[in-house]
Structure formats: structure tokens, C-alpha cells
Design a protein around this ligand. Structure first.
Ligand code: UDP
Ligand code: MG
Length: 314
């Protein structure tokens, strides 16, 4: 009899080619451990053989559970679905492409057993990432950690261990903009860290591109900070004050020297500059209003099409 259970939560989106090596590595690591485990695989609306391949592995293996979503909701929602369904004493989200090495799982469990409710897996290096990705990621963490009250650890993905207590709190967070790294950090609790070198993807391709990453970064910033709109109060005040001073200067100048016609260029520049500033302000407001709009709909975060291997369903 094993005394505790670990839930591995893995989102799969068009990962048909990675599934075999994923399970091989996971079984190799987890089958000789002192704990029992479940692997919750979420098929995030894949259009390839992912679901079929997952089902093949699930036959006769009661440790594998499958949740199939009705369409592609995105990694954050797939993860949420998996975390909601996990029953273990601790939960570990891990990618399907083996970029998060399963060898780390026993080390994370050891730290957890020492009493840390959260164990982060931190990338010791990002050598497999391009210089551009490394640079922009670094810049993003700098910005978000300045703007937001929760501190989001750099070089840490979703790969981490969370105790049941932490997971239960996470499950109560109802928001639709699911920037998981931020939500994990928001929950808090004492953390331990283990380090690893991030490998290249074993198979298939990354699902991210620059545009998606940009929007992901905006989601992170706008869901964890109101500073971007609050800045406008101060910016507005500064501009109004400068305008007042400049206005007084012009009035005085006119009184002393009389009316002079030139000034078209400076006028045009000022109008263009301030309309630009106005539009940026409206755009920023829009970012928040758009998110409020999505939240008010209270739509479910994900829709489950099929569940396989769960006790109550089979
Ligand atoms: N993923 C997902 N839904 C998506 C995109 C990705 O479930 O819409 C999964 C994907 O199958 C993988 C994990 O999220 O298990 C990480 O994706 P990826 O390797 O593309 O991201 P990267 O490692 O490049 O950040
Ligand atoms: Mg990956």
C-alpha cells in the first residue's frame, strides 16, 4: 500500500508523435517510486491522432485518465481542466514534449515531503531558447514584477509541484483570463526550488509564435496589475499642468508682444502628439474593459467532451 498519490497533469495539443516517448519516460521514473500516481491527460481539441493514441495507452492502465475537451481552448484552460480533475495529494503540471524532465518529479516530491507546499522547477539555463525569446522573456518578467504586487518567478514555467491545500485554493479562483503562472504565484505559500536544464522539444513543434506570446504577456500584465491605467491619472495631471504653464506663457507673450501668426507647425505637432496619447489611453482602457466583458459572461472555462478512466464515469 502506497501512502500518498501524486497527480501528473499534462495538456496535449497535436502531440501524437510525443505520446509514446512521454509515457515511456514517465513510467520509467514513476513505476519504482514509493508513491502511487495518476496521469491526467487533457486532449485540448487535437486534430491529429492524439486522442486515439492516449486511449491506446489508457487501456488496461488505471493510472492513466483522459479528459477530452470539445475544442482547442489553449494550454491554460487544458491545465485548469486537469487540475480540477486531479485527486492526488500533490499535483504536478508537466508538458507533453519532455521539455520538463520527469526525472525531476522524485526530487520535487522529496522537497514536498520536507514540508514545502510548493516546489518550483526553475530553468538553470535557457540555452535551447533563441536569444530573442530569452531577451523578451527577461524583459517581460522585469515589467510584470515592477507593475504587479505578486512576484512571478523568472525562468519558471508551469512545471512545479503543488500541495492539495494549494490546489484547492487555486480551484476557487474563478477568473476567465487564466495566466496560470500568475495564479500559481498569487496563491502564495512557502516554496522550494529545484533546478534543471531545459531540453529541446523531442518531437513536433512549439504551439507558440511571437503574436501569441505577445498576447499572453499582455494577459499576464493586465490580469495582475492595474498600474497601466492608473499611470494615466498621473500622466494626465502632468500634461494638464504643463499645458496650463504653456498656456499662461502664450497669453503673457501675446499681451506683451501682441498677436503673431506663425505657429502652425508647433500646433500641428501638439495636436498629433496629444491625440496619440489619448488613443493610447483609450486603448489601455479597452484592454481592461474587454477583459471585464469576458468575465461578466461567466462562461465555463472549458467544455469536456469525454472523460476516460475516472472512477465515477466508468
Ligand atoms: N498545449 C495545449 N494547448 C495549446 C497549446 C499547447 O494543451 O493550445 C500543450 C502542448 O501540447 C504541450 C504544452 O502545452 O504539452 C506546452 O506547449 P509547447 O511545447 O508548444 O510550448 P513551449 O514549450 O514552446 O512553451
Ligand atoms: Mg514545449
Amino acid at each position: 500500500m502506497k501512502d500518498f498519490k501524486i497527480s501528473i497533469v499534462t495538456p496535449f495539443f497535436n502531440e501524437a508523435g510525443s505520446i509514446c516517448s512521454f509515457f515511456e519516460s514517465i513510467f520509467r521514473i514513476l513505476d519504482n517510486q514509493k508513491f502511487s500516481y495518476e496521469i491526467i491527460c487533457i486532449d485540448d481539441g487535437s486534430s491529429d491522432q492524439t486522442l486515439e493514441n492516449l486511449k491506446k495507452f489508457a487501456i488496461g492502465n488505471k493510472n492513466i485518465k483522459i479528459i477530452s475537451l470539445s475544442r482547442n481552448f489553449g494550454k491554460e484552460y487544458a491545465l485548469t481542466a486537469g487540475i480540477d480533475a486531479a485527486q492526488g495529494d500533490a499535483v504536478i503540471p508537466i508538458d507533453a514534449d519532455l521539455q520538463d524532465p520527469p526525472e525531476l518529479i522524485p526530487l520535487m516530491v522529496d522537497e514536498w515531503l520536507k514540508g514545502f507546499p510548493v516546489v518550483l522547477a526553475k530553468r538553470a539555463s535557457r540555452i535551447t531558447d533563441t536569444k530573442f525569446k530569452r531577451g523578451t522573456a527577461h524583459f517581460f518578467y522585469k515589467i510584470i514584477n515592477v507593475l504587479s504586487d505578486v512576484s512571478i518567478p523568472e525562468n519558471t514555467g508551469d512545471f512545479r509541484l503543488m500541495d492539495r491545500q494549494v490546489v484547492d485554493i487555486l480551484k476557487q479562483l474563478p477568473e476567465r483570463t487564466r495566466f496560470m503562472k500568475g495564479l500559481f504565484a498569487w496563491v502564495g505559500f512557502e516554496q522550494a526550488t529545484v533546478y534543471y536544464d531545459r531540453q529541446d522539444r523531442r518531437d513536433g513543434q512549439t504551439k507558440w509564435n511571437v503574436w501569441k506570446l505577445w498576447n499572453f504577456a499582455l494577459d499576464g500584465i493586465f490580469s495582475f496589475s492595474t498600474s497601466p491605467i492608473r499611470i494615466w491619472t498621473y500622466l494626465g495631471l502632468t500634461i494638464a499642468l504643463s499645458a496650463g504653464l504653456y498656456g499662461s506663457f502664450i497669453i503673457l507673450k501675446t499681451l506683451v508682444y501682441g498677436i503673431s501668426a506663425p505657429g502652425y507647425a508647433s500646433l500641428a505637432c501638439l495636436i498629433l502628439f496629444f491625440s496619440g496619447i489619448n488613443l493610447v489611453g483609450i486603448g489601455l482602457l479597452g484592454e481592461y474593459i474587454g477583459r471585464i466583458f469576458m468575465e461578466t459572461k461567466c462562461r465555463p472555462l472549458y467544455i469536456i467532451k469525454e472523460k476516460i478512466g475516472f472512477q465515477d464515469e466508468t
